[in-house]
Design a protein around this ligand. Sequence first.
Ligand code: ATP
Length: 362
Amino acid sequence: MSPPLHIPASKLCESCRATRALISRPKTNQKLCKTCFLSTFEAEVHATIVSTTLFTRGSRVAIGASGGKDSTVLASVLKTLNERYDYGVEFVLLSIDEGIKGYRDDSLETVKRNAVQYGMELVIVSYEELYGWSMDSVVESIGKKGNCTYCGVFRRQALDRGAERLGINHVVTGHNADDIAETVLMNLLRGDLPRLHRCTSIITSSTSSPIARSKPLKYAYEKEIVLYALHKKLDYFSTECIYSPEAFRGSARTLIKALEKVRPSAILDIVRSGEAFSRMIPSQAQASSAKLSQESGMSNCTRCGYLTSQELCKACTLLDCLNKNRPKMAVEVEAGIEDEEASSSLRRGMEAMKLAEEGIVN
Ligand SMILES: Nc1ncnc2c1ncn2[C@@H]1O[C@H](COP(=O)(O)OP(=O)(O)OP(=O)(O)O)[C@@H](O)[C@H]1O
């Protein structure tokens, strides 16, 4: 097709050369029209899914749905791709109600609408029913600082339990390239090779859980996710959590945003560098990324039955701190450690707490 004469060549979409470019892609600076932007975004997610053989025909997969932009875009794109390329997957929305008034109750209303819009089943599991504590009551006990430690551990287990209820063994989340770049940077700064390996993997499974996790938006920029949501007029909830975010992650984010300004590819560069470093990590360190190696032996938490290498799972250990009115103890030892997996420092802290309680140390 010859380019339209009324649009100057410099303003044409660089992909179809037939329409005016409306979007400058944050990832590449490529100038695209709306249709080409949407199809390029979808094609990239499809390429990620196909190149990693993420889904199996006939399987059911839960989408961790918070009502925010990332998981809403994830649900919308997966529905589109599943229909377009006939993946043969049944997607279900799985939401965790952390019990945060004025935030999660509102965002869950969005997820309920999404379930109707996308024709997907929705299951909601709450902290209150699983743990007897809502995040509002945790924050009342602990204060705003450090509450993310509790929330992260509780959410991880809640997603597993929700998936188990659905008879599903694969949960996809809306983690995007910006999230992964932040985690890569944090793990590099901490010299934490096992976690570096884990955070760069598109799919993670561990002996601590029968449920695999994956991140189909791993290479999608946050800014492009927002653009996709806006141009597709998706119904999503845009308020940030009312409780404070992790300070270390916030600093990593600020640094990456500054780098992105001078070098748009910086986010993807960091993700790719993380992957390259990860390939060089000795397999022994890779295996310990789950801190749950087969050698240590997995059993069921003596209290709740969740898989763990210790007597109590991490959530029950944290609940002990809350119920014994020592909530800060868990956070102090966990400070700066990403919530994705059980950390030995938390365990050491708990051991210290036990000793302190027994009057052995102060
Ligand atoms: N309450 C929840 N219920 C179900 N899944 C969740 C919940 N909170 C987070 N997730 C999953 O974890 C991913 C990353 O969560 P994070 O808290 O970093 O939120 P986010 O980056 O703001 O994502 P979103 O825009 O989807 O809220 C989400 O995209 C979603 O898939």
